[in-house]
Design a protein around this ligand. Structure first.
Ligand SMILES: Cc1cc2nc3c(=O)[nH]c(=O)nc-3n(C[C@H](O)[C@H](O)[C@H](O)COP(=O)(O)O)c2cc1C
Length: 297
């Protein structure tokens, strides 16, 4: 099942069962759940739902002691990898959030931080909590932090938020175990390329040394197929999970995973692919291969 769950924060805002529902749906589909640092359920709570493979998404915060404790908790809860988000040293300007006065409701908590000393941070009914949380991110984040992370954990580190060959080579140099091509759902910076456009460059630069994944805009089985044909080892979905969670909780997320799986399988069948290995670059065309399909202006 190459369709996995991208980290999205604060899932209990979408549905009271939040991350529990998403995790159960992921396990039932035999796929991987990535839990956000800003989750409204903790790593231990997610682990308590039963067996399944889970990754922990990490933001590097100013207080490295807190980061180390978050990582330790994830390890103890049996999480299998750290997904290090590198495209959010500062939060993008989210105009919808400003307009809607986005804030974590007072009855919810950022559970991974419970019991950790972040000063004002654990005042859970502070309406400015979200802004405060974002303010904890280390704006000086750099490649040396990936190295530092390896000194505190043996878990594989996937670097999330890469869009270029240059960054791919640097990520591999500093010990990344995998790359996630992502532009954070285009929520950080206007005019960044679509991830599907950046994918092939990253795959080529990775030279097969580490797996490359993609997130952003995967909405159909054909999108999954395109990503795999361009060399991705798998894809992650973000908004389809949050939307289906809001609509129908666990059953909704199960349904979305099943729909994508069915569509993807049908795409494989109609393209003559009997296994993931049989999906090749030759199964798709891009405007670069056939410029007359979509002439560039
Ligand atoms: C509501 C929401 C919350 C998100 N929270 C996080 C987060 O906590 N950590 C993170 O690394 N990415 C976060 N993302 C980005 C997603 O992991 C993913 O990169 C992005 O949504 C692209 O996938 P999509 O087009 O399928 O939504 C969030 C995205 C959304 C829409």
């Amino acid at each position: 099942m190459p369709i996995m769950i991208a980290p999205t924060g604060m899932q209990k805002m979408a549905h009271p069962d939040g991350e529990y529902a998403t995790t159960r749906a992921a396990s039932a589909a035999g796929t991987i759940m990535t839990l956000s640092s800003w989750a409204t359920s903790s790593v231990a709570e997610v682990a308590s739902t039963g067996p399944g493979i889970r990754f922990f998404q990490l933001y590097v915060l100013k207080d490295r002691n807190v980061v180390a404790q978050l990582v330790r908790r994830a390890e103890r809860a049996g999480f299998k990898a750290i997904v290090l988000t590198v495209d959010t040293p500062r939060l993008g300007r989210r105009e919808a959030d400003i307009k809607n006065r986005f804030a974590l409701p007072p009855y919810l908590t950022l559970k991974n931080f419970e019991g950790l000393d972040l000063g004002k941070f654990d005042k859970t009914n502070d309406p400015g909590l979200t802004t405060y949380a974002a303010g904890q991110a280390d704006q000086s984040l750099s490649w040396k932090d990936v190295k530092w992370l390896q000194t505190i954990t043996t878990l594989p580190i996937l670097v999330k938020g890469v869009l270029t060959a240059e960054d791919t080579r640097l990520a591999i140099q500093v010990g990344a175990a995998g790359i996630i091509v992502s532009n954070h759902g285009a929520r950080q910076l206007d005019y960044v390329p679509a991830t599907i456009m950046a994918l092939e460059e990253v795959v080529k630069a990775a030279q097969g040394k580490v797996p490359v994944f993609l997130d952003g805009g995967v909405r159909r089985g054909t999108d999954v197929f395109k990503a795999l044909a361009l060399g991705a080892s798998g894809v992650f979905i973000g908004r389809p999970v949050v939307f289906s969670l809001a609509a129908e909780g666990e059953a909704g997320v199960k349904k979305v995973l099943q729909m994508l799986r069915d569509e993807f399988e049908l795409t494989m069948a109609l393209s003559g692919c009997r296994s993931l290995k049989e999906i090749t670059r030759n199964h798709i065309m891009t405007e670069w291969d056939r410029p007359w399909i979509a002439p560039r202006l």
